[in-house]
Design a protein around this ligand. Structure first.
Ligand code: TXE
Length: 501
């Protein structure tokens, strides 16, 4: 289609390049080399804030996956034979090299995902470096456990699992990829990465970085492509021993189905529909800010976001008044502007999904307190924009309050008692995270223990200590990563029992 005609019709332009600059064509990274994929199929990578195309991602196919898995398999014995300390040194070298590209990571991530530059710096660039640094330290300190018997000693050693498939989504691209690559290679595995086809840029930057510092060929490989074309052949590949997946629950089910018959080690970090529980003894001012951050960080596109806000009825009106004012004052717009708090949504398709939930909320009896489509001018006219949206008066069993929307949309609900709050919090198929806001820490902990979920914060949200387990229950996933849980998942324990004379 003629790009001008496309723009005139108001749809998201599919091939509109900024100032006529040709898009960057990405390549796979296999066996220590950047290589072309084996066909001529490409997907345009668009800036979510403007709709401009700025890159093309290869739509690889199963034979590209085969080549990458073979390269990883060939590299594994030598890499797995290094000591933990030697591999930890490599992780530190990667952290140093990424740290030197801190601003480049933030800029690329902001352009690729539409998120504000300040957030891309503070969250994405920071954590991508920290993940490598953190696992370097943890792996260097890792000691083999021993269990003494009267007449024997058991020594448990951690062996690599083999070849790992690492599949990541678009909301926190390098943050999540580095969260998997660091412990996976640190424990002696070699890996094949399949980043989201919507946000391939910082995965490409990581490969360039590994290449520059001379990481041995084949230790980290990357195949770009769609879920069906590259992700599915990777998860079902007979020579892949382990799959670590972060993404949507429906896709997670497909990944589990592909991995199960071959008994691959599997970790699934899936969606969430997390409750934020506000008791009447909280510090209202701090809580309003904390709850707004939990609901709208990254435009609500974080699996941990608190999208169902339960407020004790005694403070409901006061809290809601202040909360709506705080949310209305959030600055939405140009991701490269330092003052921007909310950027664009990842894609036109995703925006459509999120908007369909806002429309559904109306049909389900909800009241829109603020939100909807902001008027965006100039080059942002073609971006994927939705203002932070607050919906009240929905029943707690409505679809909008139980299903994952994954956008800047929260629902508000009243509760009277602790038990009622817990019952509402547990009334979804998800169980990833949650937060409780109260002046009574004992009550906070008591409530937290009753929520069927993997993580609960009290008087804070997304306050991360990388040593703690991360993951969920129910439809939010299987297994835990983080700290020693990652080291356990990315290794196989071998017990050696030595009989004494
Ligand atoms: O993610 P997908 P989508 C939720 C959110 C969102 C929904 C769908 O609710 O609206 O998921 O998002 C790869 N075998 N989350 O469709 O499809 C895919 O190429 C192997 C929550 O964008 O799950 C990408 O690399 N891989 C989530 C990755 O899976 C496959 C973050 C994730 O894409 C595959 C993102 C297949 N059959 C969305 N199909 C979180 N947990 O934070 C796709 N992929």
């Amino acid at each position: 289609m003629d790009p001008d005609e496309c723009c005139d019709s108001g749809c998201v332009p599919c091939e509109r390049d900024r100032d006529g600059v040709a898009p960057l064509d990405l390549e796979n990274y296999i066996g220590g080399k950047f290589v072309s994929h084996s066909n001529d199929d490409w997907l345009n990578v668009l800036e979510p804030a403007t709709g401009y195309r700025f890159a093309r991602v290869p739509l690889s196919e199963p034979k590209d996956v085969d080549t990458a898995v073979a390269a990883a398999r060939a590299a594994q014995p030598d890499w797995g034979a290094l000591s933990h300390a030697e591999r930890a040194d490599w992780l530190d070298r990667i952290a140093d090299a990424l740290e030197a590209k801190y601003e480049e990571i933030a800029t690329l991530e902001s352009q690729d995902t539409g998120k504000p530059i300040s957030l891309a710096r503070e969250v994405d660039a920071h954590r991508s470096v920290t993940n490598f640094r953190f696992f370097a330290g943890l792996i260097r300190e890792h000691v083999e456990e021993q269990f003494e018997m009267a007449d024997a000693t058991n020594i448990v050693i951690s062996k690599p699992v083999g070849v790992a498939a690492l599949i990541t989504p678009w909301n926190l691209p390098l943050y999540l990829l580095s969260w998997k690559v660091a412990p996976a290679i640190g424990m002696g595995n070699t890996v094949v990465c399949k980043p989201s086809e919507l946000t391939p840029m910082t995965a490409n930057l990581l490969m360039e970085t590994l290449h520059e510092i001379g990481l041995p060929a084949g230790v980290v490989n990357l195949v770009h492509g769609s879920g069906e074309g590259a992700g599915a052949p990777l998860t079902s590949h007979p020579d892949v021993d382990l799959v670590s997946f972060t993404g949507g629950t429906a896709t997670g089910a497909k990944v589990a189905e592909a991995a199960a018959p071959q008994f691959k080690k599997l970790s699934l970090e899936l969606g969430g529909k997390n409750a934020t529980i506000v008791f009447d003894d909280c510090d209202i001012e701090k809580t309003v800010n904390g709850v707004a951050r939990a609901g709208f960080l990254n435009s609500g596109q974080v699996c941990l976001c608190g999208s169902r806000i339960l407020i004790q009825e005694t403070i409901y009106d006061e809290f809601v008044g202040k909360f709506v004012d705080a949310v209305k004052s959030m600055k939405i717009g140009d991701p490269s502007d330092e003052a921007t708090e909310l950027g664009a949504l990842i894609s036109a398709e995703h925006l459509e999904k999120v908007e369909s939930y806002v429309a559904l909320a109306g049909e389900e009896g909800g009241t829109l307190l603020t939100g909807g489509n902001p008027a965006m001018a100039g080059e942002f006219e073609h971006g994927n924009w939705l203002a932070p949206t607050i919906i009240a008066d929905l029943s707690t069993d409505s679809r909008c309050s139980r299903e994952e929307i994954f956008g800047p949309v929260v629902t508000l609900h009243k509760f009277e008692s602790e038990d009622e709050a817990v019952a509402i919090a547990n009334g979804t198929d998800y169980g990833l995270a949650g937060s409780v806001w109260t002046g009574d820490l004992a009550k906070g902990q008591r409530v937290a223990e009753k929520i069927h979920t993997g993580m609960v914060w009290i008087n804070t949200w997304l306050h991360r200590d990388l040593r703690v387990p991360f993951g969920g229950v129910k439809n939010s996933g299987v297994g835990r990563e983080g700290g020693r849980w990652s080291l356990g998942f990315f290794s196989e324990p071998l017990n050696i029992c030595l009989k004494h004379d």
